[in-house]
Ligand binder design. Sequence first.
Ligand code: SAM
Length: 270
Amino acid sequence: MSQRKFDFYIVPTPIGNIQDITLRAIETLKDVDIIACEDTRVTQKLLNHYDIKTKCISYHKYNEKERVNFFLKELKSGKRIALVSDAGTPMICDPGAVIVEELIQEGFSITALPGACAVTTFLSQIPRKSEEFIFTGFIPRSEKQIIETVQKHAGVNMVFYDSPERILKTLNIIKAARPESKIALARELSKLFEEVICDDISTVIKHFDDGIKGEIVCMIYADNNTQDAELEFKIKTLKAKGFKDKDIAIILSALFKLNKNDIYKKSVNM
Ligand code: SAM
């Protein structure tokens, strides 16, 4: 099937299993003139596997700004470029934002291909009561910032990346701040030692008593008490403004995708 041609393609690559790449991604990487990649050695292994001969040029957070000028020149001369990162989807905790912003300003056509990403691979197998989540990227390192981040997002499922060297320290800090937390943690998604655990925070920490290896993505479940308190606060505020229970239920269910009848019952009983 013939595809519309773009100047710039954002192309996801596997997060572990080398087969997790789409046919369209392979075709695109073969078809463009240049592949901009974080580490040419990492990407070259993938290209060799799929017999892709396109030239690779490094583009990473340390040369992002200077490379943009080079890529702009190439695009203006009619070349087409694909951006990949070492693993997963570019611009999800990976470089790309600087060049994409510049290309939009310059009026180049850009598209992103769907594909592998640790956040979506994780979330698509974790039981959740609500669709709502917040992704913080890599969780901060200091105790103070970890606690602030967790408190700020207490009412919503909070997904984050962390390194295997830090994750147990991070979980212990969270446990001290919110001992009742429920956690979902995945390591090595799509790889040989893939493991997903979903339990209260003490059990998860105990499970990894001997240490934890591999790449990690983690979620702290929303604290239901905080969610309830936030909802009650919203109902009270609307009641104080003279809204009727029925209208409060309509407004809050529409704005926050909550069950209308549940809100109505809560509002009536307050
Ligand atoms: N762009 C990537 C994506 O689409 O997920 C993320 C890049 S970020 C630099 C790397 C982090 O993603 C790792 O430290 C880990 O937290 C997470 N990650 C990447 N691959 C993973 C995997 N196979 N299993 C679990 N987490 C993974």
